[in-house]
Design a binder for this molecule. Structure first.
Ligand code: NI
Length: 178
């Protein structure tokens, strides 16, 4: 039933920009015209997202550790697990030193679930343990770090890039659902 209503409502139509920089993919109704074709991977991610939203219409519990167990075996991994209005809940696993960055449009919340995090701010370092949280104000430079690794829940508005105002090799503009 989910699938049939989904395919009825959304047709994956790729909308490219005239300069060829096809960063954005939109879903339009079947009545609207198809323009330019872009990567199928992005479409798959977008489709998954829409399906996830439909699933949220049927609430069920989410277990953090079960979600963490599905993350790739890497020092840094982040995935969306839920949404509330236009806010995303993301699980993040991190070991090492992140980069200095800030988010010019939004505050960012970290809730530590496992391990220890050192949140570096310009004038101090705040150590966080499981059961503790911190809200980084919009525009404030910060750098999470952890020698042995931490697991945390991140809460921030939909679509916030992980490295904020900095664009480098670990920047993810689109984060997958798990
Ligand atoms: Ni940040």
């Amino acid at each position: 039933m989910l699938r049939s209503s989904f395919s009825h409502t959304f047709a994956p139509i790729y909308v490219g920009r005239p300069d060829g920089n096809n960063k954005n993919i939109f879903y339009k109704s079947k009545r609207q015209a198809c323009l330019t074709i872009t990567s199928s991977q992005r479409v798959t991610a977008r489709l998954k997202r829409v399906v996830m939203r439909e699933r949220q219409m049927k609430p069920s519990k989410i277990n953090f550790m079960e979600k963490f167990s599905k993350l790739p075996d890497e020092d840094y991994s982040v995935r969306i697990i839920a949404m509330m209005n236009n806010y995303e809940f993301k699980i993040v696993k991190f070991k090492g030193e992140f980069i200095w960055h800030s988010h010019s449009d939004t505050d960012e919340t970290f809730i530590i679930l496992d391990g220890k995090m050192q949140m570096n701010l310009r004038d101090k370092v705040i150590e966080l343990s499981p059961g503790e949280m911190i809200v980084i104000p919009k525009g404030m430079k910060h750098k999470p770090a952890s020698e042995k690794g931490y697991k945390a829940l991140l809460i921030e508005p939909e679509g916030v890039p992980n490295t904020g105002d900095v664009d480098n090799e670990i920047t993810m503009n689109k984060i997958e659902w798990i």
